[in-house]
Design a protein around this ligand. Structure first.
Ligand SMILES: *Cc1c(COP(=O)(O)O)cnc(C)c1O
Length: 350
């Protein structure tokens, strides 16, 4: 006999990094160690709670306008959502509706295959080369769409814009999504390519460079036609995704360009300072253009380092997955946090 359980949509969920609810040294989810813009903080503080009585602006116009102004694009080239996870999920639902498999690297953001499974989108993972690099020529095959994180995660390696251009040139007839979650830390954005490719969608987030992971703001910039398609799907699902406070604070943060550039520069300075220290301890570290390292130790297994760090209340990220199970992803924190990390690693590796 059939049961209700037979009709349940089942999917193996994405597993986010741990969020321990006590103070620890948290280098496991690539948050920014510095606070959000004071302008964003003021917008949150000064928010009139009576406004919560009313629904927010379903188009989040204030936020969309700030993003369009800062990036020099038209307002109808911008789509916003509840973190770039929301924007990316909506984009999969909108643009990947064919029978041919979509393509993404075998080692990349581990939400891509989850959305593909959820929406029953056929997909094929293209292996990175032996140095964990994306080979653009591998994407010159028949497909139903492409999604590339650039810089890639968790490898931290950036692909130059001209290499993305090669992927676009070989794929004029499908949607190409470039997930630029880490681009502000040293990647080359594909935004300048939008004028030439109406099938390109660039996705960015406030979670890393803008220090606002907790506010959940992500955005996509693309051709007007793409943004219209994306909006239609969003309004077919949930009109009011972003709340009043977030719209305000997000707009204020976006316009405070000098501030987030300064915070990014601090993170990059720390990244460069501690890279040789990790190497001295015997780590191989991939060339990073992000706010994290992807590192593997010559002698001590990654899972052991992961557990030992955790005992000392230092959280980093480790995946028990093919190809990367001997690697750790370590977020760049403050200098003080990195000092504590290095001290702990010295004990563990000795
Ligand atoms: C962090 C991250 C995201 C999602 O970030 P949100 O917090 O949902 O904006 C998307 N893609 C990659 C590659 C990321 O690392």
């Amino acid at each position: 006999m059939a049961t209700w359980q037979d009709n349940v949509r089942r999917v193996a969920p994405y597993v986010p990094g741990e969020q321990p609810q006590r103070p620890v040294i948290k280098l496991n989810t690539n948050e920014n160690p510095y606070p959000p813009s004071p302008a964003a903080a003021a917008a949150m503080r000064e928010f009139n709670s009576d406004l919560s009585r009313k629904y927010p602006d379903p188009s989040a116009t204030e936020l969309v306008t700030a993003i369009a102004d800062v990036y020099g694009v038209d307002k109808d080239q911008v789509f916003v959502g509840v973190g770039s996870d929301d924007v990316l999920g909506m984009s999969f639902l909108t643009f990947f509706n064919g029978d041919k498999p979509i393509l993404f690297p075998d080692v990349t953001y581990s939400f891509y295959d989850v959305w593909a499974e959820l929406y029953r989108i056929p997909y094929r993972m293209i292996p990175l080369d032996e140095n964990f690099r994306i080979r653009p020529e591998d994407y010159a095959v028949e497909n139903g769409g492409i999604v590339i994180a650039n810089p890639n995660a968790p490898t931290s390696i950036a692909l130059p814009r001209d290499e993305i251009r090669r992927i676009l040139d070989a794929n004029r007839d499908v949607t190409v999504i470039v997930d630029e979650a880490y681009v502000d830390f040293g990647g080359e954005s594909c935004l300048p390519l939008l004028a030439e490719y109406d099938n390109l969608l660039v996705v960015q987030t406030y979670s890393k460079s803008r220090s606002m992971a907790g506010s959940r703001i992500g955005f996509a910039i693309g051709s007007k036609e793409m943004i219209k398609a994306l909006s239609d799907i969003k309004f077919a699902y949930n009109s009011y995704t972003m709340d009043h406070v977030t719209i305000r604070a997000g707009a204020a943060s976006m316009r405070d360009v000098d501030y987030w550039k300064k915070m990014v520069a601090k993170v990059v300075a720390t990244r460069e300072k501690y890279l040789p220290k990790l190497q001295e301890l015997g780590f191989t570290v991939l060339p990073t253009s992000t706010n994290f390292y992807f590192a593997s130790h010559g002698k001590v297994p990654a899972d052991e380092i992961f557990e030992e760090l955790k005992k000392r209340d230092i959280f980093v990220r480790h995946w028990k997955k093919p190809r990367i199970d001997n690697w750790l992803r370590i977020t760049v924190g403050t200098d003080e946090e990195m000092d504590a990390l290095i001290t702990a690693l010295k004990e563990i590796i000795r």
